[in-house]
Design a protein around this ligand. Structure first.
Ligand SMILES: Cc1cc2nc3c(=O)[nH]c(=O)nc-3n(C[C@H](O)[C@H](O)[C@H](O)COP(=O)(O)OP(=O)(O)OC[C@H]3O[C@@H](n4cnc5c(N)ncnc54)[C@H](O)[C@@H]3O)c2cc1C
Length: 387
């Protein structure tokens, strides 16, 4: 594992800093809606969206090391996201790059980079989450189409998506549930697809139930071979977990937490002067740093051309625990104001810590629960016996 970047990579860091200073200098209002439009256009022109994707599909052709630098500098500058199609950029696109046909790459990747529409992920089903290989949503071949019937659940932003990366069962072998799963890239406006949003405890519907009633999906929209969907899923989940586990967002969150500690009072002085608060912040810092170093370990593996796999579970697990603890600590620091939600007069930081505290299932459960990450770490990394 190598912790240092070479001179050319550091020169790239300088270039990124200069661009970010120019676009997002200290005095630029991060809440200005026009800023987002300007920013998205500028970063697309610079080919920073899909920065490490091949140039022939509209990506930046950048190295993975440069991508890490870009993300580090963006976190430092509190830059908005690169692109608007989160799932497309994070795991659907990488899965298409790995398993897609040339036609699929040319048709679908530029739209992901441009954020033309949203993608959603149809993996989980009622009663089938952790044990994903037990999925039941069926697809039967009929000429040039598959006919899909069944149900998905917890499908994030399905109500706002035009496309879905969908796992279906094309055959069933009880001795090996993983065989017989196929991955399809389907249109959400196909006849027979219906979406029912589910409201969560933070008061908004971020995920949905999705029903498939004899939905025809062209065989040409299959990603990878029939029955090889599990391999595609492993790629998607590793990218999802490494994305969820990204450390740059945690570094920014920690900076915000420190800033909060400097603004609120505790026992007649600012909270940041309280040794107990400083100790807690120090512990968070050490854990975030451990995540950063672990992230560099993934990077080193990828630079050697090795695929991401089980090790992404380590940071996924870390992040889930840290996010919850940091949000709860922020509420502790806020004191009585911690009950005030977004929009309420007197809410600190516009209720963002309350939102984080209530939205914990997103990072804790989405992409696989902590127990499942622990099982993966125990069995596949530490070589312990299966549970
Ligand atoms: C905010 C959010 C967004 C999501 N978005 C999507 C999405 O876009 N697309 C999608 O397909 N899914 C999505 N999911 C679903 C998510 O992937 C599943 O909820 C998750 O995999 C857990 O599955 P489950 O809900 O069926 O729980 P279960 O698998 O039933 O687990 C229940 C409990 O049992 C434990 N458990 C289960 N098996 C084991 C085991 N072998 N060993 C030890 N403990 C075990 C789990 O850790 C958990 O605590 C989302 C979930 C959330 C919360």
């Amino acid at each position: 594992m190598d912790f240092a970047f070479d001179p050319a990579e550091e020169a790239f860091r300088d270039e990124v800093r200069a661009f970010l200073d120019e676009q997002l200098g200290e005095h630029v209002d991060r809440h200005d809606p026009q800023l987002m439009t300007r920013w998205l256009r500028a970063v697309r022109e610079k080919r920073w969206v899909g920065f490490s994707w091949p140039t022939e599909y509209g990506g930046g052709g950048g190295s993975l090391a440069q991508q890490v630098i870009l993300k580090e500098e963006m976190a430092r500058a509190r830059a908005p996201m690169l692109g608007t199609c989160f799932m497309g950029l994070q795991w659907v696109g990488p899965a298409i790059l790995a398993y897609g046909t040339e036609a699929q790459k040319r048709e679908l990747l530029p739209d992901i980079l441009d954020g033309t529409y949203q993608w959603c992920t149809g993996f989980s089903e009622p009663g089938v989450g952790s044990d994903l290989a037990a999925l039941q949503c069926r697809a039967v071949r009929d000429g040039v189409d598959y006919v899909v019937s069944g149900q998905k659940i917890w499908t994030s932003i399905a109500q706002a998506s035009r496309k879905i990366i969908l796992l279906v069962r094309t055959s069933w072998d009880p001795a090996n549930k993983h065989d017989g799963i196929t991955c399809l890239l389907a249109d959400m406006d196909s006849p027979g697809v219906s979406v029912r949003p589910i409201e969560n405890m933070a008061g908004y519907a971020m995920f949905c139930e999705v029903f498939f009633d004899d939905v025809r999906v062209p065989v040409a929209s299959r990603l990878g071979e029939e029955g090889q969907g599990w391999r595609v899923t492993i790629t998607s989940l590793a990218n999802e977990r490494s994305g969820i586990a990204e450390v740059t967002g945690m570094q920014r969150k920690l900076a915000d937490l420190r800033d909060l500690a400097r603004r609120v009072e505790r026992g007649g002085r600012t909270a940041s002067e309280d040794p107990a608060v400083r100790r807690r912040l120090g512990r968070f810092e050490a854990r975030v740093e451990a995540m950063r170093l672990n992230g560099l370990r993934y990077l080193t593996r990828q630079l050697r051309g090795e695929p991401l796999g089980s090790e992404t579970s380590v940071n996924k697990l870390h992040k889930a625990q840290l996010e919850v603890e940091m949000a709860e600590f922020a509420l502790e620091l806020e004191g009585p104001a911690s009950v005030l939600m977004k929009g309420a007069p007197g809410a600190l930081d516009d209720g963002r810590w309350q939102h984080d505290a209530l939205s914990w299932p997103e990072t804790v459960i989405g992409g696989g629960t902590p127990n499942i990450q622990r099982n993966i770490i125990a069995e596949r990394i530490l070589g312990l016996p299966k549970d």
